[in-house]
Ligand binder design. Structure first.
Ligand code: FAD
Length: 276
């Protein structure tokens, strides 16, 4: 069997976006993903769109996963959502804390993702396969790398089945994280999250906001290409294909692609490596 792949989408904002995303999904299904997941807007912004997109994935005969954030939520609202997920026939969730939009005061009844994982297990037993987030380069709000590994270990102890990482370009950070977590007894699969480089400013901005490092040599080259979109795409494809190849050779349990609702770069990387 080949390396398991999974693809992440965000809910489209318009009918046109939904049609475009359907075509993107069709192309990516050719790679026989283990599952396709859909992000969830913490605090409520895109939750209906998430459910509609997950339902579409299920209706297309694929395995779907909903991301599910708990910041600002109450036990009762989470219970209702879990019942809805079960009625939809969903068996996999990505359980997260999420980030409230600034100015959003209420913290809700869940403080950390580990609390959500524990609550889902208490309410629904083993019904859901629960994924959690992992941060090889440390979550930006963590007190220290060790405290962040401990926070991750707490999610595993609470009942997570597997993890997906924040994107990264330093494989050493990933392997170190996995070693540290395993040493503390958290030995579930940690699937690298892969961010294809599609446009330079997008990835640099996104990396800054989520605490992922774009190495200086990559940053400098992306900046030097300026508006030369084709060169950025070609360079990005080389860099990310090499990254995936190194990870595959080292024996990672799968690859999770942040597709950004586009198929071209993800497909090109998979094709180059003969994945899927
Ligand atoms: P947690 O695991 O709760 O960690 C949050 C912070 O709290 C960390 O700094 C951690 O070290 C710290 N912490 C945890 N427990 C303790 C403790 N007991 N004591 C002290 N500190 C503690 N966001 C969305 O809004 N929607 C999405 O769909 C979404 N999908 C994502 C998918 C993946 C694969 C990843 C990696 C991230 C995703 N995010 C999403 C972003 C995520 O919500 C943010 O990174 C958020 O800030 C943290 O969520 P978490 O589940 O990792 O939180």
């Amino acid at each position: 069997m080949g390396l398991p792949l999974s693809f992440e989408f965000f809910p489209p904002k318009t009918a046109e976006g939904a049609t475009k995303l359907r075509a993107v999904r069709e192309k990516l299904y050719a790679k026989r993903p283990e599952f396709c997941s859909v992000t969830y807007g913490a605090g409520g912004s895109t939750q209906d769109g998430t459910l509609q997109t997950v339902q579409a994935i299920l209706d297309e005969g694929q395995s779907g996963a909903s991301h599910f954030t708990c910041v600002g939520a109450t036990r009762e609202s989470v219970r209702e959502k879990l019942a809805l997920f079960q009625r939809m026939g969903l068996r996999r969730l990505v359980a997260l804390r999420g980030d409230l939009p600034s100015g959003y005061g209420a913290m809700g009844e869940f403080r950390y993702a580990a609390d959500l994982v524990q609550f889902i297990r208490a309410e629904t037993g083993d019904h859901f396969h629960l994924e959690v987030a992992a941060y090889p380069e440390m979550h930006p709000q963590a007190k220290s790398p060790e405290a962040d590994v401990d926070a991750y270990v707490a999610k595993v102890r609470a009942g997570a089945n597997s993890a997906i990482t924040q994107f990264f370009f330093n494989t050493d950070a990933y392997f170190r994280f996995v070693d540290d977590a395993y040493a503390k007894g958290a030995d579930i699969p940690v699937v690298p999250g892969i961010m294809p480089i599609i446009n330079a400013s997008g990835i640099l901005r996104f990396a800054d906001s989520c605490g992922a490092e774009v190495p200086r040599w990559i940053r400098l080259r992306l900046q030097a290409y300026g508006d030369d979109v084709e060169s950025i795409k070609a360079f990005g494809l080389d860099v990310v294909t090499d990254l995936c190849d190194q990870l595959r050779t080292a024996g990672v349990p799968g690859l999770h692609f942040y597709t950004m609702n586009q198929s071209e770069a993800t497909l090109a990387i998979c094709d180059r490596l003969g994945l899927g």
